[in-house]
Design a protein. Structure first.
Lengths: 255, 261
């Protein structure tokens, strides 16, 4: 009986949190479309979430593409199908690895930083200070981060895809001797708009997911150093798990 | 003028504001005095509309703060300034940007005029020349002065000060106290100071409201409070360890706890 009631309490609490987070993100997105528009804040956030993630995305994409080139060549050469290497690398990256790995990297770099930043703002009374200066903290702090996430992730994913395919080319064509024409030529015919569209949809969803979790965790963090540290850890774990789960759901819907 | 009527606020069964009724006059510095946990900060948060009372009302110029829409509340807050205990400066902005922030948000004043206003406010708090620094490069006292400059940059009609002198050295305490008095006189505004610092409070206050466990136990001028015959007021003013205000929190019997638990 005791177990059932505590399970019930736990479930109800989780549903409440989910509901609160839903209202939170809905309000934040709604606020982004209401004046005054904070373009400079948005650009600053795009710089933080997007531009500053370029290097980490570049390295991840390059090595992912190179490994795929190696593994793909090894597998395909057993059937004499090395010419399909470009298609294999490109489809793996565009449809799956690009959006997922890029989102995981951005969540690790920017997600945790967003939670920590908002948490520290909370500890140091910067939210009540904004309130007292007649500025809505949700609109000023959260909305630009969410919009920046939704804008940045598809762009970073496109960059990831490009570098990943180039990484595969580097290994496949330059190191292992696959024909350049086969790698590039087949790629152009085999990759359809539907594949790219699926990747873009995924990256848009991941952009929202990362900033949603990160900002909500920061906003609801207990206003202590321990609370902020816990919220930051939760952001990293939750975003990583959510990205993988949502990826499966989206893949099954998009296929 | 701010009027508080029958204000009640409870947290988990603890009454932080217990049927409080008082008023804060324009042109006067009113200090809300009390020990830790007496409900000073709770009262301040309700006065500013940062928290809603469970019962009762806060009236600012006749308007009930808690019946206002968010937009109306923000309009009133544009005429309010607040100095936070920890200054609450935005750590990613320079001192100049911090002080200019309310002007940039709510006015269309040209950049060169904003620069002049910020310079004037910094001169007022004696920190001209720090415009380009980040808050982390300032001492606690300097941050409080910048916080004060930011609080008054919109020329408010009400200023709230949350523990303005806590953690400051005697000179900084004196400077902040003088600034509070000067601002109040020159701008003829309502100044509300939350503090537990008796000495600086007696120096700057016109009126004092003394809180004890969420209740007002004294409300009057500095002389009235100084000459109060209430034992609780006397103990608080003198900082006496023995008296009707207990130091230890109420718990179960001490002997029972150490002998039988």
């Amino acid at each position: 009986m005791e177990i059932a009631s505590s399970l019930g309490r736990f479930t109800l609490y989780r549903i409440q949190v989910l509901g609160r987070s839903g209202i939170f993100i809905f309000t934040a997105i709604l606020q982004a479309f209401l004046p005054p528009f904070r373009i400079s804040r948005l650009i600053k956030e795009i710089e933080f979430i997007g531009s500053k993630s370029f290097l980490i995305v570049f390295v991840t994409a390059l090595f992912t593409g190179m490994v795929l080139g190696l593994q793909g060549y090894y597998s395909l050469s057993q059937f004499g199908a090395e010419a399909a290497l470009g298609v294999m690398v490109a489809l793996s990256i565009i449809r799956e690895l690009g959006p997922v790995l890029c989102a995981l990297m951005v969540s690790g770099r920017a997600g945790s930083a967003i939670t920590a930043e908002i948490g520290i703002m909370k500890i140091t009374d910067q939210f009540p200070a904004l309130e007292m200066m007649a500025v809505d903290p949700l609109k000023y702090v959260v909305s630009p981060k969410v919009v920046a996430g939704i804008i940045s992730l598809p762009l970073l994913t496109a960059f990831f895809d490009l570098i990943g395919i180039a990484g595969g080319y580097l290994v496949g064509v330059n190191l292992l001797g696959v024909s350049e024409g086969a790698y590039i030529g087949k790629l152009a015919t085999a990759v359809t708009f539907r594949d790219i569209y699926g990747g873009v949809i995924k990256s848009l969803c991941f952009g929202l997911l990362i900033t949603w979790i990160a900002t909500f965790m920061g906003y609801t963090a207990e206003a202590t150093t321990e609370g902020v540290s816990r919220a930051t850890t939760n952001t990293v774990v939750l975003t990583a798990l959510s990205i993988l789960i949502v990826d499966y759901i989206l893949t099954s819907l998009l296929l | 003028m701010i009027r508080v009527e029958n204000l009640v606020k409870r947290y988990d069964g603890i009454t932080a504001s217990n049927h409080l009724t008082c008023r804060f006059e324009r042109g006067k510095v009113t200090v809300i005095l009390g020990g830790s946990g007496s409900g000073k900060s709770t009262l301040l948060r309700q006065l500013t509309g940062l928290e809603k009372p469970d019962e009762g009302a806060v009236y600012i110029d006749g308007k009930d703060l808690n019946t206002l829409s968010r937009k109306e509340l923000f309009e009133i807050r544009k005429k309010m300034g607040m100095l936070f205990q920890g200054s609450a400066l935005f750590n990613y902005m320079t001192i100049f940007e911090n002080i200019a922030f309310p002007l940039r948000e709510h006015t269309k004043i040209a950049d060169n005029i904003i620069k002049t206003i910020v310079t004037m406010k910094l001169e007022m708090v004696g920190l001209r020349g720090t415009e380009h620094l980040m808050p982390s490069q300032l001492s606690g006292g300097m941050m409080k002065r910048v916080g004060l400059a930011r609080a008054v940059v919109m020329d408010p009609t009400v200023i709230f000060y949350d523990e303005p002198t806590s953690g400051l050295d005697p000179i900084s305490t004196g400077v902040i106290g003088k600034l509070i008095q000067d601002l109040n006189k020159t701008l003829n505004i309502t100044s509300i100071v939350v503090s537990h610092d008796i000495d600086s409070c007696f120096k700057i206050a016109d009126n004092i409201i003394l809180l004890y466990y969420g209740e007002i136990i004294a409300n009057g001028t500095v002389d009235e409070i100084r000459n109060s015959t209430d034992e609780r007021v006397k103990q608080f003013i003198q900082g006496a360890p023995e008296g009707p205000i207990p130091f230890a929190r109420t718990a179960k019997n001490y002997l029972d706890e150490i002998l039988y638990d």
